[in-house]
Design a protein around this ligand. Structure first.
Ligand code: HEC
Length: 131
């Protein structure tokens, strides 16, 4: 009285394995790319939120806050200082990656090599747009 012999793995089972499941994986990939596309399409809409998440994800939050001084000057005051200054976006993008000292005080900002050039540009634009 052994159970495995009573229910042999017949051709039916094999058929099921090769059938619907095999067809499901390209479908899943298609779904994934739709989710991705939807995310990209939504980005401009949620821009401010996305960059706020970026500054937290990229370690800026360790020292900076948007609207109060922490270990570093708050972003809103930085935005006010550079408001209307030509080339401010490029300057800040560079300083975000390279760090700096002496503009706001004697506490240095260390370089942030985890930030790519394009991310630094996004962050600089976001900071300058804060009011
Ligand atoms: C370890 C602390 C620390 C971290 C982490 C940090 N900063 Fe700073 N940041 C500072 C300090 C301190 C200053 C002021 C430097 C000065 O006086 O020149 C500063 C200055 C700045 C400035 C103004 C630069 C200028 O020349 O006026 C910007 C913009 C800035 N930080 C953005 C960022 C962004 C974006 C991140 C994350 C990618 C970040 N910081 C991460 C400490 C930090």
């Amino acid at each position: 009285m052994s159970l495995p012999k009573v229910t042999p793995p017949g051709p039916h089972r094999r058929h099921r394995r090769g059938g619907p499941e095999g067809a499901a994986s390209p479908c899943r990939a298609l779904k994934a790319s739709w989710v991705l596309a939807a995310g990209v399409l939504c980005l401009p809409v949620n821009r401010a939120v996305a960059d706020e998440e970026m500054y937290k994800a990229k370690n800026c939050f360790a020292c900076h806050r948007v609207d109060r001084n922490h270990l570093a000057p708050q972003f809103k005051v930085i935005a006010a200082k550079y408001a209307g200054a030509p080339g401010a976006e490029d300057l800040l993008a560079r300083k975000i990656r390279e760090g700096g000292v002496g503009v706001w005080g004697n506490t240095p900002m260390p370089p942030q090599p985890q930030v790519t050039e394009s991310e630094a540009g996004t962050l600089a634009r976001w900071i300058l747009g804060l009011k």
